[in-house]
Write a protein of this length. Structure first.
Length: 424
């Protein structure tokens, strides 16, 4: 397997992340904002020392890169306003959304202050919990988008006054990114995703009026087109606003029951696109194989060279569920169902602050163990071990290598073309 091309980004650390006050945004504890449990039981087996950590973390609290929904909602609200058809709450929503368009100038697609603060705290916590991961050289890798790079920079900035700073390598992926952007490359996956989105578009099975009458006067509602679309757009914007500090506060609406329906629909959508839905026939998870290969190769490389103690990857949420499904961790049987139709809970596997760690230990006899930690919880690999949650590295490697050997990978092609043409 050929490795993807990496591009060293020079001078990243001095980049200005934001020009806004943190105190404006940070009104909740990080534990509430990032619902990932603190890890327990991190003491290694007797005689084993931590020698390496593979880490993948989701960049979470970010400013949306797409303001089309806000533009659409404002078009409707201003049309109603011109007819004096808004309620007081409708006017409050119009003003808040207008303020958000101003607020988003220069921030679209970037990491929020809460995200960068949390990444700095994460770096310090990992140093405390896994000191061996910072004993030698470390590598920080971000996908090719602004918010991931800013998250990586924030993580790195917390290490500048520590000994590992001189051994820290900062890397950003290129425009074509089979490692952390595989979901953008596969033609078959993109076709599958578009088919799922198209099939779910017309499924409106709710009454929009209890929500709309909070915003519009009755006369306007009688002739209002696309009430369903307005509610759907409103849901999308309000979900973004739940990410503290990413939107100016929106007025409270009595929408719990309706938004719970949208939540279930969103979970169903992500189950089909990224999760273990049998109708996907594996295409949505199998295309994450470059990342699984990288996890294996970097463990072997660290053990061979004895000069690398940690690789830390920063990526968007789309990479997590496919990798967990490919690793046979996030199956429908291993999670709480959200509805009878969708026996899988996306948020349980990919919450805010989601992360995956492979923690590697070695003893004086050069025996190697590995454990997996998913979202702060020790998680079993899909094979037997008398030391679980610790597994012999050779067993884990052999299991996943056998799985990878069963995929339809054309090793004669460059990696990006392997993904693009996978199972066509």
């Amino acid at each position: 397997m050929k490795s993807s091309k990496l591009y060293i980004v020079m001078g990243l650390l001095p980049i200005m992340l934001f020009a806004c006050s943190r105190s404006t945004f940070i009104s909740q504890s990080f534990n509430k904002i990032f619902p990932v449990e603190a890890e327990s039981g991190i003491t290694p087996p007797e005689g084993y020392n931590l020698v390496y950590v593979n880490h993948l973390v989701r960049n979470s609290y970010c400013y949306t890169a797409n303001t089309e929904q806000i533009d659409y909602l404002l078009d409707v609200l201003y049309n109603a306003y011109s007819q004096s058809a808004l309620t007081s709450k409708g006017e409050a929503l119009k003003n808040a959304l207008s303020a958000n368009l101003v607020f988003m100038q220069g921030r679209k697609g970037s990491a929020s202050a809460i995200e960068t603060d949390w990444q700095r705290d994460l770096a310090q916590e990992m140093q405390a919990d896994y000191p061996g991961a910072f004993d030698k050289s470390i590598c920080l890798i971000a996908s090719n988008d602004l918010r991931a790079m800013q998250s990586m920079i924030a993580f790195a900035s917390a290490l500048l006054d520590t000994p590992v700073a001189s051994r820290m390598h900062i890397v950003a992926q290129g425009d074509i990114d089979p490692l952390l952007g595989f979901y953008k490359l596969s033609d078959r996956f993109i076709d599958y995703q578009n088919n799922v989105l198209t099939s779910m578009k017309p499924t409106y099975n709710f009454d929009p009026h209890p929500l709309l009458k909070q915003l519009f006067k009755d006369d306007y509602l009688q002739s209002m087109p696309n009430g369903y679309s307005f509610c759907s757009g409103l849901y999308d914007v309000y979900k973004i606003s739940e990410q503290s500090g990413t939107l100016v506060a929106l007025p409270k609406l009595k929408e719990q029951d309706l938004f719970e329906l949208f939540d279930a629909r969103s979970n169903d959508l992500k189950y089909k696109i990224y999760g273990p839905d049998s109708k996907a026939d594996g295409i949505n998870s199998e295309i994450s194989y470059p990342l699984l290969c990288d996890f294996i190769a970097t463990v072997d490389g660290a053990l061979e060279s004895d000069t690398l103690s940690g690789v830390f990857r920063f990526a968007s949420e789309e990479v997590f569920a496919p990798l967990l499904v490919l690793m046979e961790v996030a199956s429908a049987q291993n999670t709480q169902a959200t509805s009878p139709d969708t026996p899988w809970n996306y948020a349980a596997w990919v919450p805010m602050g989601a992360d995956i760690k492979w923690v590697v230990y070695k003893n004086n006899a050069r025996d190697v163990l590995v454990k997996m930690v998913v979202n702060g919880k020790e998680t079993n690999f899909p094979l037997q071990s008398d030391l679980a949650p610790y597994y012999r590295w050779n067993d884990v490697k052999a299991y996943y290598q056998n799985k990878l050997n069963g995929l339809e990978i054309d090793n004669h092609l460059p990696l990006e073309l392997q993904i693009k043409s996978y199972r066509l």
